[in-house]
Design a protein around this ligand. Structure first.
Ligand SMILES: Nc1nc2c(ncn2[C@@H]2O[C@H](COP(=O)(O)OP(=O)(O)OP(=O)(O)O)[C@@H](O)[C@H]2O)c(=O)[nH]1
Ligand SMILES: [Mg+2]
Length: 323
């Protein structure tokens, strides 16, 4: 099943019901008495966050949504019934954007949060209230872009082939595809990491490369998923077999910076992977000389160094919670 993180939908508020033209002609009155009721209000289109919905996949197949019209007014001053609202359910963390203007209408983060995206039209007046009977107003029309940001506590970033998917499958129950070629992971994968009593969500992200912000590789479009994480794990292939670790580390930080200041300011746990390979030890020493920060050496393949890393993750996570 493809991972859908964006959708474009067309929405229409319900049309207001027609006002009624009718007269009470009973002999009781000298002149016929107008008694046509007002039309009902058209239904609104409402987008609502629902914790049972996990993707926008449904909106790939159905893109047009209209709320029902209001009922027409009737004789004997009968008001038309209001149209029901048309409800569009989306996952938590969905940004609801006006497609034409790019304006963010609402960021729906919690279950039950909602936003009216197209109002229904008002019902027309009946002749009991006005001389001219109203037709009812059309509902608002809009095109929306829905965009889901995954809400994860920790994001794993790194160059393609660094071993991000291997790491998440060693830390959690997630089982993404692992392969020796770049760009194996095409969409974010989530896993739950449980350390003692703390449960954290980790996202394994598609690899980034230099120029990602200009669309190179798979581009930086998945970075929006990590904007809300608390911590980043910056994973480096320290073996030097395929690329230069120091250059990659710096290039990736540059890409994060290009994407957003908030992202590049996030706490990073720097992890040197593939320590089981021959040149890794020397490369790590070189790396430490240039990048004077705490680095966690691991082998995701052989599951070594994982205990230390878990401790660091928990410590940093708790810091962000108490901050
Ligand atoms: N020797 C060694 N190989 C590793 C280690 N971790 C991962 N690999 C290998 O590196 C290759 C890439 O691993 P992935 O986990 O798919 O890498 P990725 O970062 O998710 O790659 P993309 O999804 O393409 O960005 C695979 O062939 C893995 O078996 C490790 O610790 N040591
Ligand atoms: Mg991967």
């Amino acid at each position: 099943m493809p991972f859908v993180d964006e959708a474009k939908i067309y929405i229409n508020g319900g049309h207001g019901g027609k006002g009624c033209r009718s007269f009470d002609r009973s002999l009781y009155f000298k002149h016929p008495k107008p008694n046509g009721g007002n039309g009902g209000h058209g239904g609104d289109v409402v987008v609502i966050a629902d914790n049972k919905i996990h993707t926008l996949l449904d909106y790939k197949y159905q893109q047009h949504f209209s709320a029902p019209s209001g009922g027409h007014g009737g004789s004997n001053n009968k008001q038309g019934r209001d149209g029901q609202d048309c409800i569009i359910k989306v996952p938590l963390g969905t940004n609801v954007i006006d497609f034409e203007t790019g304006y963010l209408l609402r960021d729906l983060e919690e279950h039950g949060q909602k936003v009216i995206v197209a109002k229904g039209g008002a019902g027309g007046t009946g002749n009991n209230n006005a001389r001219v009977v109203g037709e009812g107003k059309p509902g608002e029309k809009r095109t929306l872009k829905l965009e889901v940001k995954l809400i994860a506590d920790i994001g794993i970033v790194g160059f393609p082939n660094a071993g991000k998917s291997t790491l998440i499958s060693c830390l959690t129950n997630a089982r993404p595809k692992i392969a020796s070629y770049p760009f194996t992971t095409k969409a974010p994968v989530l896993g739950n990491l449980e350390i003692d009593d703390t449960i954290m969500t980790i996202a394994d992200l598609p690899g980034l490369i230099e120029g990602a912000h200009e669309g190179r590789g798979l581009g930086d479009r998945f970075l929006k998923h990590v904007e809300k994480t608390r911590i980043l794990i910056h994973l480096i292939d320290i073996s030097g077999v395929a690329s230069e670790p120091i250059k990659n580390y710096q290039a990736l930080n540059k890409e994060l910076k290009f994407y957003s200041g908030a992202l590049s300011a996030k706490k990073q746990i720097i992890v040197a992977n593939k320590m089981d390979l021959p040149d890794s030890k020397n490369n790590l020493e070189e790396f430490k000389k240039v990048i004077k920060k705490r680095i966690y050496p691991i082998s995701a393949l052989e599951k070594r160094g994982i205990e230390e890393l878990l401790k660091a993750i928990k410590k940093e996570y708790e810091k962000t919670i108490s901050a």
